[in-house]
Ligand binder design. Structure first.
Ligand code: SF4
Length: 230
């Protein structure tokens, strides 16, 4: 584990939760706000998983759940063990994911190791390749992401979709394709793009206007249960 926020009132919808951050990611989103966690996780000190879980055991009466986040937490080899230990404390688990590991998500949902999934929708299917690192099998990655989207849309577990409104990933001509991806979801959250700390330098000159954010919210709201700005 590379980061730990002891207590959060906003990361798990309507729950008091502790947040675990795991290093490493198989995406390279230009707007990523955790570049060190993604590019150089080894440069960050390790936080002992056992010590964090022991703390939670002594304070579990103060918490309702745990969010596992990153980076991309599904890539952490010991995550399943950690999920089992969290569930043994009788806490809820929310998984934040980019959707590239559908087999794990399905297995953990079926084993009741996760109770809520927040999946990132980065952009339209056509533009998704821009978040994949060079050298990876782009077609394979997209088909796995699409499999996770369909699994969630089948209502196997409570879930939300969420997007960072990074201008190059949300050109107007792709709004229709993004709307089709999220259609039917109970909730879709939009996060305005912030260029302060990002993975790629070219983001610095980009911004998004408030009117456009509101326009997107109204547009996507037509297809989902609720669409809100975070
Ligand atoms: S934004 Fe999320 S998926 Fe994208 S590089 Fe950062 S941690 Fe990975």
């Amino acid at each position: 584990m590379k980061g730990w926020q002891k207590t959060s009132f906003i990361d798990y919808p309507d729950k008091i939760a502790s947040v675990f951050f795991f290093g490493g990611c198989n995406f390279r989103c230009a707007f990523c706000h955790n570049p060190e966690l993604v590019l150089k996780p080894e440069s960050l000190p390790d936080i002992n998983d056992g010590e964090v879980l022991s703390y939670l055991e002594t304070k579990k009466h103060l918490y309702e759940g745990v969010c596992v986040s990153g980076g991309e937490p599904t890539l952490y080899p010991d995550l399943e063990d950690i999920l089992i230990k969290i569930k043994a404390l009788d806490l809820l688990v929310k998984l934040d994911t980019n959707g590239t590991q559908p087999d794990k998500v399905k297995r953990w949902v079926e084993a009741k190791l996760i109770d809520y999934v927040a999946m990132d929708i980065k952009t339209s299917p056509t533009l998704y390749k821009q978040v994949f690192p060079l050298g990876l099998n782009h077609e394979g990655l997209w088909s796995r992401i699409s499999e996770t989207i369909e699994f969630l849309k089948d209502d196997n577990v409570p879930y939300e979709f969420r997007s960072t409104l990074y201008p190059p990933f949300f050109p107007r001509e792709e709004w229709g394709a993004i709307k089709a991806l999220v259609a039917g979801a109970p909730a879709y959250y939009l996060q305005p793009f912030n260029s302060k700390v990002t993975l790629a330098k070219e983001t610095k000159r980009l911004s998004i206007k408030e009117e456009e954010i509101m326009e997107m919210r109204d547009y996507f709201a037509q297809a989902v249960g609720k669409c809100e700005i975070r």
